[in-house]
Write a protein that binds this ligand. Structure first.
Ligand code: FMN
Ligand code: SF4
Length: 435
């Protein structure tokens, strides 16, 4: 028996209590090796019905769509032999940093989750997908080697480098890249759980989801459900930035209030105008609404936004929401794979029109053009990139409607043009190819 395994079949390890942090408990000691990891979280459980535990815990994916994890695990497990599991740490979202933090500080927790998911679906191959040049790579490679020496994982974990592109983490792009090709999205169906890496049924799970699986398998569903809401249990990593004193990744329970989350990021440093949720495929809410609504999909979705991958950006009152949206829309248009009509023709036109709307000058037609192009591209791409982009743009037209009125009259209420939303400079820092 390996001392790093807990071979208890029915019992769970003594849970560490309901307090936070959960996922990020180890970082106080820094990204130590396997012994530090086992001291912090306990040994890797074995012999448990991981799918049943994850189902009872009610875990949903933390990569953006929030799909029930147990359903995905069960579907791939039912697909039969030679399945594949990929941990998605691509994190192409510029305003997010949680997967990097997780991979950097608790690599063994992610690798535990990968191993448990692989066991649950009887996978023959496991991969970890991480951005090329990521500062987390040396630690991850060392962790994989350490586990191999300790005989921890039944399967060899191969690390595959993702290009630094917004779309590289989309699951069909990921599957193409892990299969040896370019990280370009493809039309679905077939979905990746039907035909994924080299044509085999593939489970793609965000690395935070995997780390949550590692905790649920150790401490059980009741412990997991002690935080969060009844319908959205557990904690989530939020990448909080914008008008806060200390932008950072914060682990908080789902359902936390926005003031509490902003407080954990050092507190507001300005009066707020709006808040961006979910990322660049997410959407804006006016600050007054956002401050009153808990961070849970049940509360956010009726307002047209969602938690997505946990991005929360606080826009100060002196910034221009239209200018911010225009910069990001240009980035999203540039980042498209340019394989389908909506991305080739639609997104650049929307970005051009938004750039016009972002400048105060008399004009009454631009908004209507943005609406028109948005309705033409929605639902027409091979992947969700046009839909996600349009969702973001439409939320801006709703939330910044008053500002658009002012711009159309040649005026602007913003007193600064300092950029709030991060947008990578074209071609910097990494080559913009798809491999
Ligand atoms: C344009 C686009 C980009 C995406 N990028 C990522 C990413 O960087 N990381 C990630 O985990 N999921 C990303 N996703 C979601 C994945 O396609 C997939 O749903 C997710 O990895 C599944 O894991 P989960 O169920 O654990 O959330 C992206 C989706 C889209 C449409
Ligand atoms: S919709 Fe856009 S991003 Fe998606 S596959 Fe087509 S061209 Fe590429």
């Amino acid at each position: 028996m390996n001392a790093l395994y807990d071979t208890t079949v029915n019992g769970t390890l003594t849970p560490p209590g309901a307090e936070l942090p959960r996922l990020l408990r180890a970082p106080a000691a820094g990204p130590g090796g396997l012994d530090v990891h086992v001291d912090a979280y306990g040994p890797l459980p074995s012999g448990r019905d991981v799918i049943a535990l994850v189902d009872a815990a009610g875990l949903t994916g933390r990569g953006g769509a929030g799909f029930p994890t147990a359903r995905k695990l069960a579907t791939v497990a039912a697909a039969g032999r030679r399945t594949v599991v990929v941990g998605n740490g691509g994190e192409g979202e510029p305003a997010a940093g949680k997967d990097l933090l997780l991979l950097h500080t608790v690599p063994h927790l992610v690798l535990d989750g990968l191993s448990l998911a692989a066991e649950a679906v009887r996978a023959s191959d496991t991969y970890l997908y991480v951005e090329r040049g990521s500062p987390a790579l040396p630690g991850l490679e060392a962790a994989v080697r350490e586990r191999r020496r300790a005989g921890m994982d039944r399967r060899r974990v191969e690390i595959v480098h993702a290009p630094p592109r917004f779309l590289a983490g989309e699951e069909s792009a990921l599957v193409n890249r892990v299969s040896g090709g370019a990280a370009l999205p493809r039309a679905t169906p077939p979905r990746v759980f039907e035909r994924g890496v080299r044509g085999r049924p593939t489970l793609v799970q965000n690395v935070e989801t995997l780390a949550q699986i590692a905790l649920i398998a150790r401490y059980g569903p009741a412990w997991f459900r002690a935080l969060g809401t009844a319908t959205e249990p557990g904690t989530m990593l939020f990448s909080v930035s914008g008008a806060v004193a200390a932008p950072r990744v914060i682990e908080a329970e789902i359902g936390v209030s926005l003031p509490a989350l902003l407080g954990a990021a050092g507190g507001q440093i300005a009066r707020l105008q709006a808040v961006l949720y979910g990322g660049y495929h997410g959407g804006w809410l006016p600050a007054a609404d956002a401050l009153a609504i808990p961070l849970a999909n049940t509360a956010l979705r009726p307002r047209g936004v969602s938690l997505g991958a946990g991005v929360v950006v606080a826009l100060p009152a002196d910034a221009c929401g239209l200018a911010e949206t225009a910069r990001v829309a240009r980035y999203l248009a540039d980042e498209s794979a340019k394989q389908c009509g909506p991305c080739l023709n639609g997104l650049p036109r929307i970005a051009d029109a938004l750039a016009v709307l972002a400048r105060p000058h008399p004009d009454r037609r631009t908004r209507a053009w943005i609406e028109r192009w948005s309705s033409l591209v929605a639902g027409r791409g091979a992947c969700h990139h046009p839909d996600g982009t349009v969702r973001f743009v439409r939320s801006a037209l709703r939330v910044f409607a008053h500002e658009a009125d002012l711009h159309e009259g040649g005026r602007c209420s913003a007193t600064t043009r300092r950029a709030v939303l991060p947008v990578p400079a074209p071609g910097v820092p990494a080559p913009r190819d798809w491999r």
